[in-house]
Design a protein around this ligand. Sequence first.
Ligand SMILES: Cc1ncc(COP(=O)(O)O)c(C=O)c1O
Length: 664
Amino acid sequence: MPIHPKPWTTEAAETLYNLEGWGLKYFGINAKGNVTLQPKREPEDAIDVMDVVEDVASRGIKMPVLIRFQDILRRRVTLINEAFGAAIKEYGYGGRFFGVYPIKVNQFREVVEEISDAGRAWQYGLEAGSKGELLAVLAMNSSEALTIVNGYKDESMMRLAMLGLKLGKKVIVVVEKLSELRLLLDAAKEAGVRPLIGVRVKLQTTGVGKWRSSSGHFAKFGLTTPEILAAVETLKAEGMSDCLKLVHFHIGSQISDIRVIKDAVKEGARYYAKLRKMGLGVEFVDCGGGLGVDYDGTHTAVDSSMNYNMREYVADVVYSIQEVCKQEKVPEPNIVTESGRSMVAHHALLVVNVFGSIETGATPIEFRETPDEHQVVRELREAIKGLNPKNLAESFHDGQQHQEEAFTLFKLGYLGLEDKAKVEHLYWKLCLEIGKHLPKAKFVSEDLLEMQKALNDQYLCNFSLFQSLPDSWAIGQLFPIMPLHRLTEEPTRRASLVDITCDSDGKIQNFACHRSAGGTLPVHNLDGKPYYLGFFLMGAYQATMGDIHNLFGRVNEVHVFKDEAEEKGYYIEETIQGQTVRDVLSDIQYSDFELVRMIKEAADAQIKSGALKPREAADLVDRYEAVLSEYTYVDHLPSADENKLLPGRAKTNGHHKPAEPVVP
Ligand SMILES: Cc1ncc(COP(=O)(O)O)c(C=O)c1O
């Protein structure tokens, strides 16, 4: 059944997958029906993503592959700096913008390097939230840009921050807990420096969405108002009022509603103004992160979206701080933001190959009606014959009852395997027939809707949800997913996506796509040729939070740069090999040397017992060793012929319709 009612065009594909909603014009579809990437948001500037995929394959780099479009990273950094520059000019604002990138959002060196480099003209800085991050940031950040240190800190981390100050870096340590102030002052005294101090305020304004617990009275970070006053007393007593440089707040990531951001900024700016009036030398208001990403492209205040854009965010931050400063008659501070997600989400695309499908009700063998078949089989046949648009629910309930009866009979030994197979086949046949009538039905009951979901295909995708999309599994985060090619052709199937882990949680049933009803994605028929899906906006938080569940490791990576001088308009700057089986085994304490030694012992024992010849044993050991060096993902795809021998209903790429049953 066509998914799109009008004649199919690539524009129809853009609408179907809501590219405009979530893609910020960085992505398009070209006349070949391939997804393109447009770092400057102009179609003339487009890179054909399938060119990159083919290039990658020709270099022997296996799927899945993460493509980083470095130009997009640079573009995002430019955009936020230009937006603040423009708003500051427009409002005649008295301070400057000093953005920092919180590296926790994506700590990969190449990402951090690219961002730092792109932001150099604006002294765009870095933020660290742990000892490891601080070590990286101190080395990578320039002396002109801010280095903001958040997170819980121990003595060693405070000393490290002071080391940075002595090296000439602008390190501002944000006090998250009152007890940290003492640690900081002691470390500064020991190092013989005057520290640059920030305080994180526990705002009363609470965030929205999945990270709302980052703010409010129960937040784990930040100082209450009495604690701030205590900190001020300490600083005054120590003659260090001038060292308090920054007021910081962060009400959570992915703030979907702009009103909440405005409220938080106004509240935070009030703290700045009051501290200023108390004689402290605060120069910066740090609004933290929270600038959202419109993952579902609906431009609404739901968790996976946002009801504003970057320009509006920037204008509201500048305007709100200015308003408070005017009322309080204090100088307008420099503005810091720690936007992470919005800087890096768009630059990374995971390319995944679909290597098969599971079709509900498909059967690898044919069933004939036989005179000796069980009554319950005949009753199911009757239910299918008697099906009409008026008795859909009744027929479904009959079918369910027959299936349950058959199950009981089988458990008690009264139903043979052949009849059991017929019952399974006929039950799904009945459901599929009912499913065909449902789109025209006036009323569809809950149980029929549930049944309809079970009828959808599942596409087997070569990736691990736990490694590559941990937020999808852990918090139900939505990511845009769509085919990367064949978009001149209407996608006529619907499928949920399953990964290759042995875990039933490893599936995706929520899509940022129009008409994704029933938890499915419109996809093309598998035709025996490679079929690629793109998982978009993967650049924020996923890389280091992913785990090696089932021992699927880090994926292969390529870094792509736009270059007009190149034939295809781009070049691959770098490829980073994903983890091998040896690498992930070593992560969990298996030494490849020891494993091979144990396998050799087993092989020797077989030689001694005469079960293997020495040559055969050596080949087996070689084979074992070779697998250690392989990529952890699926490589060999069974051919259609091999698939016929599979006992289940799985079909590999080379997809074909369920064999038409001979009966009923
Ligand atoms: C203190 C702090 N700053 C910045 C960020 C980055 O937030 P976002 O990715 O929403 O911009 C976070 C993340 O939650 C954070 O905890």
